[in-house]
Each structure stands twice: as structure tokens, then as C-alpha cells.
Design a protein around this ligand. Structure first.
Ligand code: SAM
Length: 279
């Protein structure tokens, strides 16, 4: 018998994966959590029916959400990660030689517990001596910290449930206050193909609060449409001002300074859609 897992993007489009085994399923109190072992992408974390990450393609998303901001800032000593309970972003952040401390604030402890058990190649980020974990709401944590971080990374679930507030203008204002005078932040901002209106609205919000706002993207095969966006707000440094011939002093598989620069170029139809939907 063949087992398949299907993630529905909407009533007319879905993505399906052949499953070897369902390893774990639970209701955490915050969300429905499943870990599946799939044929094409290895182990996969699914929250509320939405694929979060897989062993095979996770490096692309995690390298791009971490290394673009860390290499835009000249000295990212203190980093805050909101969400990211699988540990993949933390693993990438703690690789960076300038980072002295990386604090991860995750609302759902069960994501961390299950990542440590079922996704050890991602969760190894938790083993770094630079890492500190706080279980709590990232929105509240950011409101309570001022002028403290060089870089903030918002590695959240989609804008539903506890993550809704992580996509709001008020949250970007609190982030601005939690950053030092030359700080910057990046948030995962969904699919440019399916959610250009949301990205246009976020870009607009970030532009009204930060001196610099930029959107970049990468290809994640297991996210609907493949193309995935990140939005940066920065007080001083522009992500395009990177030496694209520079060498990165740690191992990466997707990220290079040349990819960093290239990722800032957006296809015209997406830019036009983002513009037309800006509120
Ligand atoms: N890479 C993923 C993606 O784009 O699909 C996201 C990875 S990570 C698993 C997202 C995490 O954000 C989840 O574990 C979720 O519990 C956490 N989260 C959601 N809302 C949060 C909040 N308000 N504060 C802190 N963590 C939150």
C-alpha cells in the first residue's frame, strides 16, 4: 500500500509526498504537529497541515534567512531568533564567527522537543554554547527588550494562529526599538507567487519604519510555488552593499555572496503585483 501526504495550498492546488512512515503526531496546545518520513525529502515537520521544513531541502531556507542578514551587518554579535523551533536557523546563525550570542524565542516547546528527537541534523543548533532558548511569545519578548540586538530573524509559521501578530506593523515597530542604532531584521514573508499582496503590504510597513527595506528570495522545493521571500528592514546597512567576490569563512551549500546579491533581484511581474497591492 502507498501512503501519501497532501498539503493543500487552496481548493485548486496541492502538493503531495510519498510517505514511508508517520513517526509522530500530537496536538501541542498551540498547533497540530506531525513528523513524517517521506521518500523524496526525508523527515518532514508539519504544523497545522503546513510543511515547515524537510531534511533534504532545509539548508536553502535556513542559510538564506540567516546568512543574508548576518553578512549585511558588519559585526552581528547579538542575534535574536523569533520562532525557528526546529533549530535550523539557530544552527546557521551560530556558525557565523562574529556571533557571540543567539537567543531563540519559541512559543511552542513541543516543536523543540520533537526536533531534537526526530530532526537532529537541524536541532544541532541547540547544542552551540552561543545558543540560549526562551519559551514564550516572541511578540511580548520583543516589546520587553530595547536597543539590544544587532540582528533579529523572524522564522515564523504562516500568518495564522499565534504567528498573526508577527506580520503586523506594530510588531515591526517593536523590532525597530529592540534593535541597536545600526541593527537590522529579516522575516520570512511567504510565497511571492501566491502572496504578492501580503509582501507588498509588509514591504510598505517596513519602509515606513526603517531607513532601508528590501525583499529577497530563494527556491525551496517543498514550499508552495517553490519561490520563497524574505523581507529585510535595516537602520543603516543595505544588503546590496556586499562584496559578491568575498569568501564566506564557514561551510554553506546554497549561500554565497554572489547568491546574496542575486537574491535581491525580483521578477518584474512580482514587483508589479506587490506595487498594485500595497495598501
Ligand atoms: N521555516 C518555517 C516555515 O516558513 O514554514 C518556519 C519554521 S519554525 C517551525 C516556525 C515556528 O514559529 C513554530 O515552531 C511556531 O511554534 C513558532 N511561532 C509561531 N508564532 C510564534 C510567536 N508568536 N512567538 C514565538 N514563536 C512563534
Amino acid at each position: 500500500m502507498e501512503l501519501w501526504y497532501t498539503e493543500k495550498q487552496d481548493d485548486n492546488f496541492s502538493m503531495s509526498y510519498r510517505v514511508k512512515e508517520s513517526l509522530h503526531v500530537e496536538e501541542t496546545g498551540f498547533q497540530h504537529l506531525a513528523v513524517l518520513d517521506t521518500v523524496p525529502f526525508g523527515r518532514m515537520l508539519v504544523l497545522d497541515g503546513i510543511v515547515q521544513t524537510t531534511e533534504v531541502d532545509e539548508f536553502i531556507y535556513h542559510e538564506m534567512i540567516a546568512h543574508v542578514p548576518l553578512n549585511t551587518h558588519p559585526n552581528p554579535k547579538k542575534v535574536l531568533i523569533i520562532g525557528g523551533g526546529d533549530g535550523g536557523t539557530l544552527r546557521e546563525v551560530t556558525k557565523h564567527p562574529a556571533v557571540e550570542k543567539a537567543i531563540l524565542v519559541e512559543i511552542d516547546e513541543r516543536v523543540i522537543v520533537n526536533a531534537k528527537k526526530y530532526l537532529p541534523t537541524l536541532a544541532k543548533g541547540f547544542e552551540s554554547p552561543k545558543a540560549e532558548v526562551v519559551i514564550g511569545d516572541g511578540i511580548k519578548y520583543v516589546q520587553e527588550h530595547k536597543n539590544e540586538f544587532d540582528v533579529i530573524i523572524v522564522d515564523s509559521t504562516d500568518p495564522v494562529g499565534p504567528a498573526v501578530g508577527l506580520f503586523s506593523r506594530e510588531f515591526y515597530r517593536s523590532i525597530h526599538e529592540a534593535l541597536k542604532d545600526d541593527g537590522l531584521f529579516v522575516a520570512q514573508t511567504e510565497s511571492p507567487y501566491f502572496m504578492a499582496d501580503l509582501i507588498g503590504r509588509i514591504h510598505n510597513d517596513v519602509q515606513t519604519i526603517f531607513d532601508i527595506a528590501a525583499v529577497y528570495w530563494c527556491i525551496v522545493p517543498t514550499y508552495p510555488g517553490g519561490m520563497w521571500s524574505f523581507t529585510m528592514g535595516s537602520k543603516k546597512y543595505h544588503p546590496a552593499d556586499i562584496d559578491d567576490k568575498a569568501q564566506v569563512p564557514y561551510e554553506t551549500r546554497y549561500y554565497t555572496p554572489a547568491m546574496h546579491k542575486a537574491a535581491l533581484a525580483m521578477p518584474r511581474f512580482i514587483v508589479e503585483q506587490m506595487r498594485s497591492k500595497r495598501g
